[in-house]
Write a protein that binds this ligand. Structure first.
Ligand SMILES: Cc1ncc(COP(=O)(O)O)c(C=O)c1O
Length: 341
């Protein structure tokens, strides 16, 4: 029976969903949303705050500040509240309303940036805001998830060993890429492991993290409008890019089975299923990481007006068409030869 006194002391690390009944292919989805911050970002947040404490960067007067699309902001809000620090989250207009309200409920201040930068994203503008703040007052302490080694270190020390312990014969690991903290921590760990593991990064179309053209991205968490400073591509075997419409289809397909996940999980699952369809997956042990759950996306990914406004009729209709009885799909249990999960 876990009994805790601090919210960050609990984090479920051993829960997987086998997606075979939903997609016809075995993929073990590691669920990272079962903690009080509701996402994988709890691990990076703890690691970075504790490193700052060890380095003597935090005093009673300090105000933590971070640029975040939301989940790190929630995790830092929770830790700051628990440890008695002030926290200011600099986010942007793509941040879900519920995520913003969560941070405020935990006592944080939230600054929303609404102007796009030259790359069609908000990141440059968010970082400029944080830099100006830190230059104006030395009480501000910027943890900088984009460059902080604690970000990938958390996954090297926790996420990857958790997977290795459960899957000693792992063949392929699918990891979504935002700051690439999760990706780099896991990739570094498995590079040193006792057997080779193929590391497949999953990115969003419109992200420039691995090169490519910048484009509109509406789902927070994955993708970057600059090259991630933490990224070392020599550790990454393959990169898959997923259209947001496919992300949404994957999210809704999971929801139809009762598994309500966040947007980046839809991206990773969609990319992974496409990859598995193109490889002989029968003898492969494949794991993907699900960074959070779906409640924070009820007014976006799971809301038909939002979907119709942004992605048009076609996506909405394809979701409605798949809403019929799913008995046939379940009984068939056959791999989905169309690329589309
Ligand atoms: C929902 C979600 N998925 C994925 C990621 C990406 O993780 P990382 O920054 O470790 O690449 C994030 C990061 O904020 C996230 O919030």
């Amino acid at each position: 029976m876990p009994v805790i006194t601090a919210p960050h002391a609990f984090n479920e690390g051993q829960l997987y969903v086998d997606l075979r009944p939903t997609f016809g292919r075995s993929l073990f989805l590691k669920c990272e949303g079962f903690n009080f911050a509701g996402s994988i970002k709890l691990k990076a947040a703890i690691e970075m705050v504790e490193a700052a404490e060890r380095d003597g960067l935090l005093t009673e007067d300090s105000v933590l500040v971070e640029s975040s699309s939301g989940n790190l902001g929630v995790a830092l809000s929770m830790i700051a509240a628990s440890k008695g620090y002030r926290f200011l989250c600099v986010t942007d207009s793509r941040c879900n309303l519920s995520t913003r309200l969560l941070m405020e409920a935990l006592g944080s201040e939230v600054q929303v940036i609404a102007d796009l930068d030259a790359n069609g994203g908000f990141l440059g503008a968010r970082i400029d805001y944080v830099r100006a703040l830190c230059a104006s007052d030395d009480r501000y302490v910027w943890l900088s998830q984009y460059t902080n080694p604690g970000n990938w270190g958390a996954h090297y020390r926790k996420t990857a060993p958790e997977i290795a312990q459960q899957f000693p014969r792992l063949d392929v690991l699918f990891v979504g890429a935002g700051t690439t903290g999760t990706l780099m921590g896991c990739a570094r760990y498995f590079r040193e492991w006792h057997r080779p593991v193929r590391i497949v990064a999953v990115d969003t179309v419109g992200s420039v993290a691995f090169g490519g053209e910048p484009g509109r991205r509406m789902i927070p968490g994955l993708g970057m409008s600059m090259r991630p400073p933490l990224l070392d591509e020599s550790y990454v075997d393959e990169v898959i890019r997923v259209e947001e419409a496919d992300t949404i289809r994957a999210c809704h397909r999971l929801a139809r089975r009762g598994f309500l996940f966040g947007g980046s999980t839809g991206t990773v699952v969609s990319g992974a299923m496409k990859w598995l369809a193109e490889h002989d997956e029968r003898d492969l042990t494949a794991v993907a990481i699900a960074p959070d759950l779906g409640e924070r996306y009820l007014d976006t990914i799971y809301q038909s007006t939002w979907l119709e406004d942004l992605y048009g009729d076609e996506v909405l209709k394809s979701l409605q068409a798949s809403k019929g009885p799913r008995g046939a799909e379940r009984l068939a249990g056959a791999p989905d030869r169309g690329q589309e999960p």
